[in-house]
Design a binder for this molecule. Structure first.
Ligand code: FA5
Length: 343
């Protein structure tokens, strides 16, 4: 019997049964067109309404619309069923289950150098310091000359340099002190600034020496700055970093760009009698510092008669070692995930 010869109830039963047994999506689409499409069964019912008795037209229209609604729902339901059957079929055929929950995404963490740098930046910011950045490729002038280290100066031997061009006018900075030179040119005294960053030295490596490591430079310029200010600031800095008293010692140190200059060492936390980290001395060189040399102020455009200042060059990589109990500086930039996953 064709659909033309069926009454609406029979049409509905037939449509629902055919929808439920459609074998695939394309068969289902063809059915949908047959019943709901242009020139389809429902449209046939609707266009026949004007031929009916006026009293029958209302009920016939209602019935046609109800049929349309019921069939639409049935087609949609069968379509969802077919999609599920397809996934299940794929799982059985290939072992791949698209509905299985994805494995959890592993979370990374901040590198210990980044963690300590951020803590220090917060600490210095709270003490009124500006945070500065400088380029890793520096001019020989900023890295050495403007800091009182001319080409033939013996201090260059302790900072073996990677040169970036034949002329030797560009270097990978050997310390963060060139940021002092840049700061003096750009900031008006009085000011306080710190500059964390990566530095490079062409030297053989061991447990406390890397060719690439981190420092944090500090520079304070003001009126009548004295060694007392310098020592006070270093104590605040260390208390802030360690949150407790750590044993330190201050001894004279020589850096051409400060006068007087000091070396602040921290007691080695890894031993009591000397180890490879402290080079058997039980002390770790951590925080060289001093009063800025007048000729360095002058080279930076600051009048040393009017202004004075102190500077320090914190060994950030060594501080990270002390902080986390890392016994070899070479782990820090090794990229070894077994090491990094501990932080
Ligand atoms: C300097 O680099 C000076 N620019 C510091 C300074 C700044 C002095 C301002 C006075 C005023 P030094 O070469 O000592 O100084 O290095 C500073 C710190 O960097 C050292 O105390 C040490 O903690 C760290 N350091 C030096 N060499 C290495 C290295 N190869 N690997 C890891 N850390 C190092």
């Amino acid at each position: 019997m064709t659909s033309n010869e069926l009454n609406p109830e029979e049409l509905k039963a037939q449509g629902l049964q055919r929808a439920a047994s459609a074998a695939n999506e394309s068969e289902l689409k063809a059915l949908e067109r047959e019943y709901l499409g242009k020139g389809g069964v429902i449209q046939g019912l609707l266009s026949a309404i004007p031929t009916l008795e006026p009293s029958e037209r209302g009920a016939a229209g209602k019935q046609a619309n109800m049929l349309k609604g019921a069939l639409s729902v049935a087609f949609e339901a069968r379509s969802a069923e077919l999609a599920l059957e397809a996934v299940e079929g794929e799982r059985l055929a290939t072992g791949f289950d698209a509905t299985m929950p994805a494995p959890g995404v592993e979370r990374g963490s901040l590198h210990p150098i980044t963690q300590v740098t951020r803590e220090l930046e917060d600490l210095f910011h709270s003490m009124g310091y500006t945070i500065l950045d400088g380029p890793e490729v520096e001019t020989d002038h900023n890295n050495f000359e403007a800091l009182n280290i001319p080409a033939d100066h013996p201090a260059r031997d302790s900072q073996d340099t990677f040169y970036c061009n034949k002329e030797g006018s560009l270097v990978l900075r050997t310390h963060t002190s060139p940021v002092q030179v840049r700061a003096m040119k750009h900031l008006k005294p009085p000011f306080r600034a710190v500059a964390p960053g990566k530095v490079f030295r062409q030297e053989s490596t061991d447990a406390s020496h890397e060719h690439t490591f981190h420092q944090m430079e500090g520079l304070v310029v003001g009126k009548d700055i004295s060694v007392g200010h310098l020592i006070g600031a270093m104590k605040t800095l260390l208390a802030g970093i360690f949150g407790k008293e750590i044993e330190v010692r201050l001894r004279p140190g020589y850096f051409p760009f400060v006068e007087p200059g000091f070396e602040l060492d921290a007691r080695c936390p890894f031993c009591t009698e000397g180890c490879s980290v402290c080079k058997r001395t039980t002390w770790i060189e951590l925080l060289p510092c001093g009063l800025v040399h007048p000729s360095v102020l002058r080279a930076g455009g600051i009048d040393p008669e009017e202004w004075s200042g102190f500077a320090f060059g914190l060994g950030l990589s060594r501080l990270v070692m002390l902080r986390f109990g890392i016994d070899d500086v070479r782990h820090l930039l090794s990229g070894d995930l077994r090491f990094l996953e501990q932080f």
